[in-house]
Write a protein that binds this ligand. Structure first.
Ligand code: BJW
Ligand code: ZN
Length: 250
């Protein structure tokens, strides 16, 4: 990986920094991505599983699918890319991690300031009365129906056509508008409104640094694009930032 001096300088001098992550950051932990040859949507149809109508049509099927996904996310572990972002949170004075992932791996790695745009697979709630359930309650006891009102229990995640949680979106939007630097990591950047955040950074004069194994719509306007596995690239970026900061006179 070649990190040009001027790019490294802007990464080291940034005060407000944001990372926007997608499924690719968890791929090396063993969580499948959505798009691409091995992605979830190559085998399963999103319109049959990942929207509210599909859930109402067949709550058992959809709930079983999320139960299976919870089992997958619980056995996997955060990887070096998640830990590199924990380091960044320590380096930068103001650091916000915006994730589209529902797998909880950023928090498990130790990141604190995390905005979850698409929810969290461990959280669930009843459509009838709002009672909250965590994933473990559902998996250990009888699934799907609320113990209080008998209503359907759904995962607290954002399906297509649904609004993002307003508080998380506002954090993400504000942090992006104020960002000196945004790292865009492991996302195909095709799902809105998350995909508009890197453009908001550019519009406001910030720099966009992309980390992805492939080109995406962000590549075109990014200030630098690093094409390779997030675990390797982010570890190297963090090392270089630390090295440079330690060389600077105090
Ligand atoms: C690596 C790597 C490694 C691999 N290292 N990199 C036109 C038509 C219809 C709808 C729309 C439209 N325009 C906009 C919309 C709205 C829609 C949308 O954006 N659709 C587009 C797809 C067209 N958006 C919504 O509906 C959103 N809500 C909304 O807009 O509300 C307002 C509204 C209300 C009412 C009506 C209309 C509008 C909600 C979006 C919710 C997204 N939900 C999902 C599913 C969550 C549940 C679940 O998990 O089951 O969230 S979709 C899925 O995509 C998931 C992800 O968070 C999201 C983004 O995917 P991501 O993370 O980018 O993953 P991939 O797989 O796409 O990419 C992985 C990347 O990693 C790749 O680039 C790889 O190269 C890379 N990679 N290994 C580095 N080791
Ligand atoms: Zn209920």
């Amino acid at each position: 990986m070649i990190l040009e001096d001027d790019v490294l300088h802007s990464l080291c001098s940034a005060g407000n920094v944001v990372a926007l992550t997608g499924a690719g950051i968890s791929a090396e932990s063993g969580v499948p991505t959505f798009r691409g040859a091995d992605g979830l949507w190559s085998k399963l149809k999103p319109e049959e599983l990942a929207n509210f109508d599909a859930f109402l049509r067949n709550p058992e099927l959809v709930s079983e699918w999320y139960k299976h996904r919870r089992e997958v996310t619980r056995v996997v572990k955060p990887n070096a890319a998640h830990y590199a972002l924990v380091e960044m949170e320590k380096i930068y004075p103001h650091f916000t991690l915006i994730t589209q992932n529902i797998d909880n791996l950023h928090r498990r790695a130790g990141s604190v300031n995390v905005a979850e745009l698409h929810g969290n697979i461990e959280r669930n709630y009843c459509l009838g009365c709002g009672k909250r359930y965590d994933g473990k309650d559902l998996d250990d006891n009888s699934p799907f129906r609320c113990s209080k009102c008998g209503g359907l229990i759904r995962p607290d995640i954002v399906w297509f056509g649904e609004m993002l949680p307003l508080d998380q979106w506002e954090i993400a939007e504000k942090a992006s508008e104020n960002a000196d630097v945004m790292y865009v990591i492991g996302t195909s950047a095709v799902v809105y409104p998350a995909a508009q955040l890197p453009m908001a950074v550019k519009r406001n004069g910030g720099a966009v640094i992309e980390v992805n194994i492939e080109e995406t719509p962000v590549t075109e306007f990014a200030d630098a694009s690093f094409h390779g596995p997030a675990s390797e690239i982010l570890t190297q970026i963090v090392e270089k930032i630390k090295e440079k900061i330690s060389e600077e006179p105090k």
